[in-house]
Design a protein around this ligand. Structure first.
Ligand SMILES: [Zn+2]
Ligand SMILES: [Zn+2]
Length: 86
């Protein structure tokens, strides 16, 4: 599993350089970066704005619209958020 560790390291470096991607996963009100997996915030306290976020696996109109606005560095090293997990 050395390669996986290395890949995560690359992802974290990428996030540090370009910022976390707007493609994020949501779990019980908590938001996680779709690239490095870091917790970015929670919407429970109402402090996290997820207006322009693409939620992984959501595939709604808003998410697809937001996805079109993403820049290249927000899509690189991030899995396709609209692809169903097998
Ligand atoms: Zn990240
Ligand atoms: Zn959505």
């Amino acid at each position: 599993m050395k390669e996986k560790k290395l890949l995560l390291k690359i992802k974290k470096v990428f996030c540090a350089l370009f910022g976390h991607t707007k493609i994020q996963s949501q779990f019980f009100g908590y938001w996680y970066c779709g690239r490095c997996g870091e917790q970015l915030g929670d919407s429970l306290g109402g402090v996290y704005s997820a207006e322009d976020v693409v939620i992984i696996g959501h595939n709604c109109e808003t998410c697809r619209k937001n996805h079109k606005k993403l820049k290249w560095h927000e899509k690189i090293l991030v899995p396709n958020p609209f692809k169903k997990n097998a």
